[in-house]
Design a protein around this ligand. Sequence first.
Ligand code: DGP
Length: 113
Amino acid sequence: MDDCIFCKIAKGEIPSNKAYEDDKVLAFYDLEPQAPVHILIIPKEHIVSAAEITEENSRVVAHIFEVAAKLAKEKKLDGGFRIVSNAGEDAGQSVKHLHFHLLGGRTFGWPAG
Ligand code: DGP
């Protein structure tokens, strides 16, 4: 996707503060952190949102959760953490490339905050 900002970040065309990278996924620090630790984990392939996860592309989602668990350990989020994926307008998804927010380092309200 030529005009997708997260595709550009995944390709290194736009710089990011990386937390983890391999051939399938990239994790980088959110520009507008909502918690002491706020990392975005994205598939390198363009998937619009969680609404577009299928049998064909879901393997990378499992991998993203493995990376999230590894990062949570690395960042010592021993008290807990939250993983959020906003999908679509009602959820406030602002970037139309599947991403998972890994948030930690504070306590969280439910369902928001
Ligand atoms: P969402 O609202 O769920 O679509 O989250 C998108 C997040 O992406 C939001 O927390 C801000 C972050 N973000 C947007 N553009 C950039 C960028 O260019 N670099 C980084 N590091 N984060 C970005």
